[in-house]
Write a protein that binds this ligand. Sequence first.
Ligand SMILES: C[S@@+](CC[C@H](N)C(=O)[O-])C[C@H]1O[C@@H](n2cnc3c(N)ncnc32)[C@H](O)[C@@H]1O
Length: 253
Amino acid sequence: MPWDPEQYHKFRAERFAPFDDLLTLIHIHQEMTVVDLGCGTGELSRRLADRLPGAHVLGLDSSSTMLEKARLQQSHNLDFSQGSLEGATGMWDLVFSHAAIHWVDDHHSLIPRLFSLVTPGGQLAVQTPANHKHPAHVAIIDTALQEPFRSVLDGWFRTSPVLEIDSYAELLHTSGGSEITVYEKVYPTVMPDAEAVAEWTSGTTLVPYFERLPQELHESFLACYKEKLRRIWPSGPVYYTFRRILFSACKGK
Ligand SMILES: C[S@@+](CC[C@H](N)C(=O)[O-])C[C@H]1O[C@@H](n2cnc3c(N)ncnc32)[C@H](O)[C@@H]1O
């Protein structure tokens, strides 16, 4: 199962909540050139284009299904292109990324690379989920390590590349960043039950597992995973804590 815009949008309001926090970190100028890395369905690229006066935003994403939806948002100040965020090129007044860099490995090289795309006087602003230690995420790995999934996946499970917040501050500093802000925040959501938690992770964290497993094992993988979630939360509601890291740095002129 590739990225599915409908599944992702089931929790649209909750997923978009950190956008406003990230926006408050941005130094707004007239006519900024902006790249939105891992733009997904483009709603936040649209908001960015509308909030930055005279800006032009390019949304970049590797998924054709997400971009198909994103292209509905295209206009004079917003375009989309397919490509990997780690392979992004060009120079931008604002390099922006919301809930996407956790899909790319090796942040020790990724962060300097992203900062190198920022024009003098420009800014890098990123929000990344950092929820890999949450029981709902640990349960995914436990499921992947269980047979028959373990053999089919050849022992593979996804390890998070997300670093501790002080590492991002150091990386931004050694990259030449100034006015560095890095913080972690919990965005809680009250979900009706364990089933809803599985719905949430189906739209994102489970995607690479479904991509690797044959279709006939999707249902049993999900069933095993839900069983583990029900053991953690036998009854609802579930207070689901979602930890995210937000960071920003400017480049001197
Ligand atoms: C969780 S969605 C976030 C979308 C949007 N930024 C938002 O906040 O709603 C993550 C997006 O990152 C994209 N993505 C994952 N790995 C990527 C990569 N290496 N290069 C570009 N896009 C990537 C996925 O296709 C997906 O659309």
